[in-house]
Design a binder for this molecule. Structure first.
Ligand SMILES: *Cc1c(COP(=O)(O)O)cnc(C)c1O
Length: 229
């Protein structure tokens, strides 16, 4: 199936249950993104700042961009003027830097806290205790140019659906607790971003309302530099 067909099918499936579809376009060319765009997709996710900035500059301005990969504090300034959501906030220091650049650009930047749920060493994210510590801190209360819209998590890369299910279940439970304790009166805290191509169906069953799909839409990512596509 073509990229356009994939988008139409997935949008139909996710729209029907109020799940937001983030089309993960990392390593994919402008033409491939435009095919998805012309099929109606306006929300795309990227994990590399330089690639994201170049795509932002060259593609239609009504695209909403989400950063879904690890962000270094010294790169926040490049995306702060236009980013629609940073899904991968994993420290107070990073949040403070995003706030600083939100202020400079006279905007409030939407963020998700990335929570570590996988049984792997390689994934970034905050632990449950760290998240609570961040939300309770004096420093966090002072940040006026960031808005925490919810949580994001990546499950273990495993063939074992039971493990994936348990990890998503845990994150959903944690989300409900955080909402109740820290965002009860804040309707903006509503996004639970879990699920990628291999596990999004399990994620939706476990309460995800935002999925991040790359290969299901664009096909597998051959390891090559996106500029040489
Ligand atoms: C690459 C990536 C995805 C999409 O992965 P697919 O398996 O291609 O769907 C989702 N989330 C994050 C954080 C990613 O880095």
């Amino acid at each position: 199936m073509s990229i356009a067909d994939n988008i139409k099918e997935l949008k139909k499936e996710t729209d029907a249950i109020n799940v937001t579809l983030v089309a993960v376009s990392k390593t994919k060319s402008a033409d491939e993104i435009l095919e998805a765009y012309h099929a109606g997709q306006r929300l795309f996710g990227e994990n590399n700042v330089q690639e994201l900035v170049e795509k932002y500059e060259n593609l239609p301005k009504d695209i909403e961009w989400h950063l879904i990969g690890h962000l270094q504090t010294n790169k926040v300034k490049y995306i702060a003027p236009f980013i629609s959501m940073i899904e991968s906030v994993d420290s107070l220091k990073l949040l403070q830097e995003i706030n600083k650049h939100g202020l400079k650009n006279n905007r409030v930047i939407n963020c998700l806290l990335q929570i570590y749920i996988a049984d792997e060493d390689s994934k970034f994210g905050l632990g449950f205790d760290e998240t609570i510590e961040l939300l309770r801190s004096e420093e966090f209360q002072q940040l006026k140019n960031v808005q925490i819209r919810g949580l994001m998590g990546i499950a273990t890369n495993t063939e074992n659906p039971k493990q994936i299910k348990e990890e998503f279940y845990e994150l959903h439970t944690f989300f409900d607790g955080i909402k109740q304790s820290y965002f009860r009166k804040d309707d903006q805290f509503s996004v639970l971003s879990m699920g990628m191509s291999s596990d999004y169906k399990i994620a939706i069953e476990q309460g995800s309302n935002q999925v991040r799909l790359g290969s299901t839409i664009f096909g597998s990512r051959i390891i090559k530099h996106w500029k040489n596509n």
